[in-house]
Design a protein around this ligand. Structure first.
Ligand code: PGA
Length: 251
């Protein structure tokens, strides 16, 4: 069975003291939890601070992005080796804010995903449709395309290093989450696509998170879906109380 996986995406939030306090608070609040994989993804500059606060706990560290080259003249970028060096285990790739605000393409996202996997880190590949795409009935086509392009060249064996996060763009940070039915429909489609691409065994073992206004009040109903294996949480991951409540609901 797939172990539930809840990750907090802190985005461009917190400061050094706040990041340390949030991480320490979660360590304390979630000390007894063993049945859910938990990760937090702070801004790059606080990774080491948070790593220190998480030391000895089961909560894992993740990064919000990465560049696909190993090192060299890439001003402002961060490599997988650097993330490993500061104890990261996970890397979010293809988040909708990077696709739609920064302008990342599926091709770039694919290179990043491949680099993360090759480095031995675990990738959380985000996909999701815009509101106008949903209204035009294009949700499945858009999401399937993002999954296929994001995973281009990734082998069945490498899929153990992959989590998919379905995050409808219209639900991110809006307070308007997808209904459990809407989430399940797309998650089932993604799992079907993974079965086509990699076979049933890989499809059955790959975790698919939901993201987009996930909060304590909707955690149980979203997680009750057979193909929702976890959550990628933005806003609600910034409060110890909320994020811990979500993890405990799932546990
Ligand atoms: P949200 O963000 O929970 O604040 O909607 C989710 C995400 O962008 O990962």
């Amino acid at each position: 069975m797939r172990k539930p996986f809840i990750a907090g995406n802190w985005k461009m939030n917190t400061d050094a003291a706040g990041a340390a306090a949030l991480a320490s608070g979660l360590v304390k609040a979630l000390a007894e939890v063993t049945t859910v994989d938990v990760a937090v993804c702070p801004p790059f500059v606080y990774l080491q601070t948070v790593a220190k606060a998480l030391d000895g706990s089961a909560i894992q560290l993740g990064a919000q992005d990465v560049y696909f080259q190993n090192n060299g003249a890439f001003t402002g970028e961060i490599s997988c080796a650097m993330l490993k060096d500061v104890c990261c285990k996970y890397v979010i790739v293809g988040h909708s804010e990077r696709r739609h605000i920064i302008g990342e393409s599926d091709e770039l996202i694919n290179k990043k995903a491949a680099a993360v996997i090759a480095s031995g880190l675990h990738v959380i590949l985000c996909v999701g449709e815009l509101l106008e795409e949903r209204e035009a009935g294009k949700t499945k086509t858009v999401v399937a395309e993002q999954v296929k392009k994001g995973l281009a060249g990734v082998t069945a064996e490498q899929m153990k290093s992959v989590t998919i996060a379905y995050e409808p763009v219209w639900a991110i940070g809006t307070g308007r989450n997808a209904t459990p039915e809407q989430a399940q429909e797309v998650h089932a489609m993604i799992r079907g696509l993974l079965a086509e691409l990699y076979g049933n065994a890989v499809a059955g073992q790959t975790r698919i998170q939901y993201g987009g206004s996930a909060k304590p009040a909707n955690t149980a109903e979203l997680m009750a879906n057979p193909d929702v294996d976890g959550l990628l949480v933005g806003g609600a991951s910034l409060k110890v109380e909320d994020f811990a409540a979500m993890v405990k609901t799932v546990a």
